[in-house]
Design a protein around this ligand. Structure first.
Ligand code: GCO
Length: 396
C-alpha cells in the first residue's frame, strides 16, 4: 500500500461530473466520431460541437462555483493529447493545465479521468483493447498526462467504466467496435484491469501525490424467472473481478443509476415501477446498495464518481437526488468510508447512442447558442451539498 504518500482532500468532495467527448465538441479524431457516421451504428445523431466546453469551461466552472460545490470531475481526451502514436500535442496539454488552474483558482478540486469511452483513431485502427500493445500505449499516455498535469490533479480516475466499454463494445454490440462475443467481452475486461494497473504505475511515477483509482459501473441486479445464473455470471465479470483487483488502489469509484432485472434470456424490459427518460427504473436506492456492495469486497475508500438521472422533469431529478443522498448518509452511518459524491451531470450533454435527447444535466444547454441555464435542481443540489447531512435529515 502506498497510502501514506497519498494526499486525500480533507473535506468530503461534493461535485458534478462530465466527460471530454460528451461536452468539449469537435473530438473528431476518435472511434466514436467515426462510429456516429456509420449508418448501422444505431446512434441517433452525431456529437458535433457538444456543449462547446472546450471553449466555455470557465463558464462551466463559474456555475459550479456559484453552486458552492468543491469538486469537478472531467476527462482529458487521449485523441487530442496524442493524435498519432508518440506525437504529443503541447497545446492540448496547455489547455488542460488551464482547466485545472481554473478549477484551483475557484477552490474546486479537479478530478481528472484519463479514459472516458473514446479511443484515438490510431489506437482503434490497431485493434483497440484487443491489441496486446494497448497496455503500453495507454500507460505511455498516462505518463504524459501525469508529467504534464500531475502537480495540479486532485484525484485521478484512470479508466471510466472499463466494464461498460467491454459490455457495450464487445458483448452487446452497441458501442464501437460493435462486437458480440462472451469470450471477447471477458478478455477485454481482463485487458482493462491490466491497463488500469499500468496507468496507475505510470501516474505514480510522476509529480503529485493525488489518489488514483478507476470508476466502475455498478448496478443493483435482481434475478427473475430463472435469471440467477445470468446474474451471477454477469455480476462476476462486471463487478466482482474488478472489485477483487483494486486493493492496492487509493480508492474505488462507484457509478450507479438503477436496478436491472435479468431472466434466463437476458435483460427484462417489462417491469413495474416509475421510469426515467432512459427507460430505467427510478431507483435512487442504487447508491446505498452499490456502495455497500463495493465495501464488502474492499476496504479502500469509496467515491461515488457518478450518480444521477436522465429526465425532462426536474422535480423528478430533485426527488431522485434527495433519495440518493439519503442512501449515502445511511452507508456513511454504517461506517463505510465514502469520500465524495459526484452528480452526473453538470450539463445536458451528448448521451452516446441516444444523442442529445436524454437530459442528465442540472444545467440546460441551448443547442444553438450553447447558453447555459441552471435548472432548479442545480440550486437544490448545491444547497443540499453545502448543508449535508442536515439537508438530508430534513427530507425524511
Ligand atoms: C456512463 C458514462 C457517462 C454517461 C452516464 C449516463 O456511465 O455511461 O460514464 O458517460 O453519460 O452514465 O448514462
Amino acid at each position: 500500500m502506498t497510502t501514506d504518500r497519498i494526499h486525500f482532500p480533507q473535506e468530503f468532495s461534493w461535485g458534478t461530473a462530465t466527460s471530454g467527448y460528451q461536452i468539449e465538441g469537435g473530438d473528431s479524431n476518435t472511434d466514436w466520431w467515426r462510429f456516429e457516421r456509420d449508418p448501422d451504428s444505431g446512434t441517433v445523431e452525431p456529437c458535433g460541437d457538444a456543449c462547446d466546453s472546450w471553449n466555455r469551461y470557465e463558464e462551466d466552472l463559474d456555475i459550479i462555483q456559484s453552486l458552492g460545490l468543491n469538486a469537478y470531475r472531467f476527462s482529458v481526451e487521449w485523441s487530442r493529447i496524442e493524435p498519432t502514436r508518440g506525437a504529443i500535442s503541447q497545446a492540448t496539454l496547455d489547455h488542460y493545465r488551464d482547466v485545472i488552474a481554473s478549477c484551483r483558482r475557484r477552490s474546486i478540486l479537479p478530478v481528472v479521468t484519463l479514459h472516458h469511452f473514446t479511443l484515438p483513431l490510431w489506437v482503434a485502427d490497431a485493434g483497440g483493447f484487443e491489441n496486446p500493445d494497448i497496455e503500453h500505449w495507454i500507460s505511455d499516455y498516462a505518463r504524459v498526462v501525469g508529467e504534464a498535469l500531475g502537480d495540479g490533479i486532485g484525484i485521478a480516475c484512470t479508466i471510466n467504466e472499463p466494464n461498460i466499454v467491454a459490455l457495450m463494445g464487445y458483448l452487446m454490440a452497441s458501442f464501437p467496435p460493435k462486437v458480440s462475443s462472451w469470450e471477447r467481452f471477458v478478455d477485454v475486461n481482463r485487458v482493462m484491469r491490466a491497463c488500469h494497473l499500468a496507468m496507475r504505475g505510470a501516474l505514480r511515477e510522476g509529480p503529485g501525490n493525488y489518489p488514483i483509482g478507476f470508476a466502475l459501473s455498478m448496478q443493483e441486479y435482481e434475478a427473475v424467472d430463472g435469471g440467477d445464473d445470468l446474474v451471477n455470471s454477469l455480476r462476476h465479470e462486471m463487478e466482482d473481478e474488478y472489485l477483487r483487483s483494486c486493493d492496492d488502489d487509493d480508492f474505488i469509484g462507484v457509478q450507479c443509476y438503477t436496478k436491472i432485472f435479468l431472466d434466463a434470456n437476458g435483460l427484462v424490459e417489462d417491469f413495474e415501477g416509475e421510469r426515467t427518460e432512459m427507460g430505467y427504473l427510478f431507483w435512487p436506492q442504487c447508491v446505498e446498495y452499490t456502495v455497500r456492495r463495493a465495501a464488502q469486497f474492499t476496504g479502500i475508500p469509496i467515491i461515488v464518481t457518478e450518480n444521477g438521472i436522465g429526465t425532462n422533469d426536474d422535480e423528478q431529478r430533485i426527488r431522485y437526488l434527495g433519495e440518493a443522498l439519503q442512501g449515502l448518509k445511511k452507508v456513511q452511518d454504517e461506517g463505510v468510508d465514502v469520500r465524495g459524491y459526484f452528480q452526473w451531470s453538470l450539463l445536458d450533454n451528448f448521451e452516446w447512442t441516444f444523442g442529445y435527447r436524454p437530459k442528465f444535466g442540472i444545467v440546460a444547454v441551448d443547442r444553438t447558442t450553447f447558453a447555459r441555464t441552471p435548472k432548479p435542481s442545480a440550486q437544490w443540489y448545491g444547497e443540499a451539498a453545502r448543508n449535508y447531512p442536515r439537508s438530508v435529515a430534513a427530507l425524511s
